[in-house]
Design a protein around this ligand. Structure first.
Ligand SMILES: [Zn+2]
Ligand SMILES: [Zn+2]
Length: 223
């Protein structure tokens, strides 16, 4: 079992303090005022239930507007705990496509550009931000290495000003995950740029592929 198994881990109340910090930082911006007010009105048990649903991929449409704030607080909480672990203490999960720290699915993968790891592909945990190696040209869900296809979107690339990302889609399990190439964009942020390229998700959806890993800052249907 990974040391911080996301769905089993007994969270301390620290995560709700993180949540309130985020809400307080957002409030002066005046954005998403209604969602922020709703988050602040929730009791701690209600917030924990919403967090459990988010981690289980079962958030309701009614709480969709609150998901980005709850997700951001959980990322802070799990990322901070993950940073206290030593690499030597970690083992790969039985399923090598799951995060070795918290057992979550990756939000995206990155191909590194510099140093001894240049050219290697790392999966990026959508919850605790741990990165772990998975060979390229291999499905990040079913590990099959046949039937992979890479989709880009010329119009979207022009809009975002970069050709640094693609969707890696698998015809065996019909899932996809985005892959970011740091040699084309060293600043690529797998979580933020995943949200910035939602138009590619729509294309893949039209082609009958499903996302293999969630972005905890986004509730499908609220975009
Ligand atoms: Zn993780
Ligand atoms: Zn697959």
């Amino acid at each position: 079992m990974p040391p911080l198994n996301a769905t089993m881990h007994a969270r301390s109340s620290t995560w709700t303090r993180d949540l309130h910090d985020i809400v307080e930082a957002m409030a002066p911006l005046g954005r998403a005022r209604e969602a922020l007010a709703t988050v602040m009105s929730r009791s701690a048990p209600e917030l924990d239930e919403a967090a459990d649903r988010l981690l289980a991929g079962a958030s309701t449409d009614e709480e969709g507007a609150e998901v980005p704030f709850i997700g951001a607080a959980l990322q802070v909480y799990f990322g901070r705990l993950a940073a206290t672990l030593q690499v030597e203490d970690l083992e790969q999960c039985d399923v090598p496509t799951l995060c070795p720290v918290c057992g979550s699915r990756p939000v995206a993968s990155v191909v590194r550009a510099v140093g001894s790891k240049a050219g290697l592909r790392y999966l990026v945990c959508g919850l605790c931000a741990t990165e772990w190696n998975l060979p390229r040209i291999k499905c990040s869900y079913c590990e099959e290495d046949r039937g992979l296809q890479y989709f880009g979107l010329e119009a979207a690339e022009a809009r975002i000003g970069s050709a640094s990302w693609r969707a890696e889609a698998c015809d065996e399990c019909r899932t996809y995950l985005k892959i970011f190439y740091q040699d084309k964009d060293p600043q690529a942020d797998p979580v933020a740029d995943d949200l910035a390229s939602l138009v590619l998700d729509m294309l893949l959806d039209e082609r009958g592929y499903s996302r293999s890993g969630p972005n905890f800052l986004f509730h499908p249907g609220t975009g």
